[in-house]
Ligand binder design. Structure first.
Ligand SMILES: NC(=O)c1ccc[n+]([C@@H]2O[C@H](COP(=O)([O-])OP(=O)(O)OC[C@H]3O[C@@H](n4cnc5c(N)ncnc54)[C@H](O)[C@@H]3O)[C@@H](O)[C@H]2O)c1
Length: 438
């Protein structure tokens, strides 16, 4: 089966490489010439564990190729996936659908065979209707049998390949048999793995993605507020999380207290859901509270570091070593990372910040221009008045605490990810503060 993937970013490239690995013939298309050039040279444009090997082996087997030409890439494809970005629209927080619609128009004009057009991008409910209208207007429906399907993607950066190949579920929103049949064929290898596949209407599929992300963002925000309460009453949020998470109705995942959610999805998707709810006059007040609470939390975590330094006045002129800048480990993605707001809060208070991250520093530089990026955690720690752990990379889980103490100006650690045991760090002679472990 031939598949075209329009947009070769975190989602498109991973999905394309995995489909090729299932045995399909896949062309990944992107308008970014430098991205396609790098892929032709075997260089990955993003960091994702296992991706270079997966792409390499499928290119070698002749099942995966890359192009900037959409017309060439979609030729003879039975399924054309749209996997371009849907960022927050500047000003109002709606999902910016201009990239999706531009692709729909180009596909509509270039289509030369029957095909299913699939939105894999996260798009607000009714976007599929508009994609269909654009395809019709471009004459695609007159020339060929075309079906527009919604197939939202649930992979997580950092674990994307495993998530794609062994998904909790596959959601397919289709309005006709042609759409359902082609999608069944696309995902046949996963049927054999017994991955559950859920057929719904197109609008339901579109909404499922936003509801899922809003629910997960709510879970994170809930435990973060419990962490604040734990600090006030002298309880331990990790015990509380274990206590509630072992209830099968709640579940243990997404109950790690920290500096607030970030990344390329939750912030923009929760915001877009609010806008959809507003447009349809159907309030989602819980999600509204989640968005507000999470925004507030990022700077609050910066203030937590300032407090550990003795307050705003005492902090001025001091140095903080920031360990981790990406929104989570195992990715280089900096979009909406809490580290940006935390660093800004520190810089605004006259604190000098030196940061290290295993993969995110290149992307971080333009977003955190006043932060010095250094080449190792220990370089960041040299002469620092506090060490702030912002992302839970494995590399920070077993720091040589004796060396940290020797290099730092003062033995003070603020662990915003709770990766250390308080008693261990204190036994090593540090003053230690963490999240929700009063
Ligand atoms: N990143 C994630 O973890 C994740 C997970 C699930 C869903 N999603 C959703 O998937 C979509 C894509 O996200 P991403 O993180 O892969 O974005 P990305 O920015 O990494 O990739 C998008 C790619 O599309 C390309 N593009 C834009 N317009 C194009 C056009 N007209 N023709 C060809 N290529 C074009 C861009 O050059 C870019 O390479 C978004 O809607 C996002 O919400 C993302």
């Amino acid at each position: 089966m031939k598949i075209a993937m329009v947009g070769s970013g975190y989602v498109g490239l991973v999905s394309g490489a995995c489909f090729a690995d299932f045995g399909h013939d896949v062309v990944c298309i992107d308008k970014d010439q430098s991205k396609i050039d790098r892929l032709h040279d075997g260089v990955m444009p993003i960091y994702e564990p296992g991706l270079a090997e997966l792409v390499g082996s499928n290119v070698k087997a002749g099942r995966l190729s890359f192009t900037t030409s959409l017309a060439e890439g979609i030729k003879d494809a039975s399924a054309i996936f749209i996997a371009v970005g849907t960022p927050s629209r500047r000003g109002d927080g709606h999902a910016d659908l201009s990239f999706v619609y531009a692709v729909a128009k180009e596909v509509g004009e270039a289509l030369a065979n029957d095909a299913v057009v699939v939105t894999k991008s996260t798009v607000p409910v009714t976007t599929g209707d508009e994609v269909e209208r654009i395809l019709r207007e471009a004459g695609a429906m007159d020339r060929h049998q075309v079906s527009v399907v919604s197939n939202p993607e649930f992979l997580r950066e950092g674990a994307a390949i495993g998530d794609f190949k062994r998904p909790d579920r596959i959601v397919i929103g289709a309005e006709d048999d042609f759409g359902r049949e082609v999608m069944r064929e696309v995902y046949r290898p996963l049927f054999l793995n017994e991955s559950p596949i859920l057929f719904t209407s197109r609008r339901s599929a579109e909404l499922i993605k936003y509801a899922a992300n809003a629910f997960l963002a709510t879970k994170i925000t809930f435990i973060n507020e419990m962490a604040d309460l734990c600090e006030k009453v002298g309880a331990n949020v990790q015990d509380v999380a274990r206590g509630i998470g072992s209830d099968g109705r709640i579940g243990p995942k997404f109950l790690n207290a920290g500096p607030g959610y970030g990344g390329s999805c939750f912030p923009k998707d929760t915001l877009a859901l609010l806008k959809t709810a507003e447009d349809y006059e159907s309030p989602v007040r819980i999600v509204e509270a989640v968005v507000k609470t999470n925004d507030h939390r990022k700077r609050a975590m910066g203030r937590k570091v300032l407090d550990a330094l003795g307050g705003m006045d005492a902090a001025r002129g001091k140095k903080v070593a920031m360990l981790g800048v990406t929104f989570k480990p195992n990715t280089d993605d900096m979009r909406d990372s809490p580290a940006i707001a935390i660093a800004q809060t520190l810089v605004d208070a006259g604190v000098q910040v030196a940061a290290y991250d295993p993969e995110g520093m290149e992307q971080a530089k333009p977003l955190m221009p006043e932060v010095e990026m250094v080449d190792s955690p220990y370089t960041a720690i040299e002469g620092a008045d506090a060490v702030a752990i912002v992302t839970e990379w494995d590399a920070f889980r077993a720091l040589d605490l004796a060396r940290v103490k020797e290099l730092a100006k003062a033995p003070l650690m603020v662990d915003l990810r709770n990766i250390y045991k308080p008693e261990d760090v204190r036994a090593a002679g540090f003053e230690y503060s963490s999240v929700g472990r009063g």
